[in-house]
Design a protein around this ligand. Structure first.
Ligand SMILES: Cc1ncc(COP(=O)(O)O)c(C=O)c1O
Length: 458
């Protein structure tokens, strides 16, 4: 007989969250100019804005915090982190940074020049931002299946090798400082990359003499999908799979706020000593000395333990299966969600959810606001507001997909919370299908407008 699933942890410390009424939330969101980033966390009941740095640490991580060594140079906490990064990733050289985008800043300062191109699979927005900031270009080589939300493909984060080879043939080698493989793809909905694809991409890169770097923010979740979906790996441990994944690359950048299971932190790890030496110069300039690089000793200690915990099957099963538990509930109620469900978030398809709200009135934002008013749930719009304006014409860019992302923090909410979220979404779906009006912008910043935009209800 198969018994129901139960999480492989119990709760030692709790944080109270505040309930509120619909009337209160209507007032708060109006005061926040209908921008969910402007809400105070106490005004939110279930916060699914992001899974980045919002998870719970374990008792062992907190214990390591007490043992943190704050020596400016050569601290024990750095040595512990280095040893764990070496054991888990196989990369010898480590540069800590204060978060993922700082790792990108340091690495790209060493490797990327104006006029370069950096191919990859759905680069994350900070990655793309740091590439474009250097007047270089990110070229997306993700397989076409990634943009069809209703089509099942087990590895929608895969690189299309033909697209990648075309880039290699079009640009001289000196203009391609690296290929970036993002595991899993946040931008494509938390979709994984198969080991076969990582291996083939690596072979192609080696044939053309181009370094392959991973954006490893969710590398452990990627390894979980490989174990579950790629037959040859079903008997391997997550740690074996992770070692093999990284063996195909030359290094990685990491936002430790995801699969490092910490609230703040990041790093660069590589086996290429020349790249490491070059990057250390920028690390000292932008982040701090090379044995702390923007992190305190205690935080490096917590990260060292977090990396170990995140690469255990039981943890990953509870994490990814919780996301899928919510996804299955919504799908069985016919709520339109992006499929297959990825590793860290559910994406509601606002084009199908509230099709009667004109796109010009930011239908995904309207849906996100409605979920907040009805249930105190905070998600985030991944649609026209995020896509911003065309810098040349000043016109809104309308992306194909209008999504609301509900990212699930790690080890933070129970499945009762997921049941609550599903019930609110189902209710909104059945009562708001006919909604006709959305919002108009009354203030926006010239770049990255979604963080500070102010809206008015139409
Ligand atoms: C795939 C990916 N890369 C890089 C980053 C940037 O990391 P950070 O937020 O730590 O700067 C993120 C953050 O969400 C991410 O998802």
């Amino acid at each position: 007989m198969e018994f129901p699933y139960a999480e492989p942890f119990k709760i030692k410390s709790v944080e109270n969250i505040k309930r509120s009424t619909i009337a209160q939330r209507k007032q708060w969101i109006q005061e926040a100019h209908y921008n969910l980033f402007n809400l105070k966390s106490d005004q939110v009941f279930i916060d699914l804005l992001t899974d980045s740095g919002t998870g719970a640490m374990s008792d062992n991580q907190w214990a390591e915090i007490m043992k943190g060594d704050e020596a400016y140079a050569g601290s024990r906490s750095f040595e512990l982190l280095k040893a764990n990064v070496q054991r888990i990733t196989g990369y010898k050289y480590l540069i800590p940074t204060h978060q993922g985008r700082a790792a990108e800043n340091v690495l790209f300062s060493a490797m990327v020049n104006a006029g370069d191109v950096i191919p990859g699979n759905s680069h994350f927005d900070t990655t793309k931002g740091h590439i474009e900031f250097r007047k270089a270009k990110a070229i997306d080589c993700t397989i076409d299946e990634a943009s069809d939300t209703s089509k099942f493909h087990p590895f929608k984060g895969n690189v299309d090798l033909n697209k990648l080879e075309k880039v290699f043939k079009t640009y001289p080698k000196e203009k391609i400082p690296m290929v970036i493989m993002t595991v899993t793809c946040n931008t494509a909905g938390g979709q994984p990359v198969s080991m076969k694809n990582i291996q083939e991409t690596s072979e192609l890169c080696r044939r053309y003499g181009i370094p392959l770097f991973f954006d490893g923010a969710r590398f452990a979740e990627n390894a979980y999908f490989i174990k579950k979906r790629e037959d040859a790996y079903k008997h391997k441990t997550i740690k074996e799979i992770v070692r093999e994944m990284f063996s195909y690359g030359d290094g990685m950048t990491m936002s430790a706020k995801k699969d490092g299971l910490v609230n703040m932190g990041g790093f660069i790890a590589t086996n290429d000593v020349a790249i490491y030496n070059k990057a250390t110069v920028f690390a000292i300039l932008f982040e701090g000395f090379i044995t702390y690089g923007g992190m305190s000793g205690r935080d490096m200690g917590a990260l060292a333990i977090g990396l170990d915990e995140a690469t255990e099957f039981d943890y990953l099963e509870s994490r990814v299966e919780q996301v899928h538990y919510l996804g299955r509930k919504l799908m069985s109620a016919d709520v339109p969600v992006q499929q297959p469900i990825g590793g860290h978030a559910i994406y509601l398809d606002a084009n199908k959810f509230v099709p009667t709200i004109p796109r010009e009135q930011y239908r995904a934002q309207a849906l996100a606001v409605e979920l907040y008013i009805v249930g105190g749930i905070r998600g985030v719009e991944i649609g026209t507001i995020l896509a911003d304006r065309n810098p040349e014409t000043g016109e809104n860019r309308y992306p194909d997909l209008e999504l609301v992302r509900l990212a699930i923090p790690r080890r933070t909410y129970t499945n009762n919370h997921m049941d609550y979220v599903a019930a609110v979404i189902e209710h909104v779906y059945h009562t708001r299908k006919e909604a006709k009006t959305g919002y108009e912008i009354i203030y926006e910043a010239p770049v990255l407008r979604h963080f500070t935009v102010k809206l008015r209800k139409i």
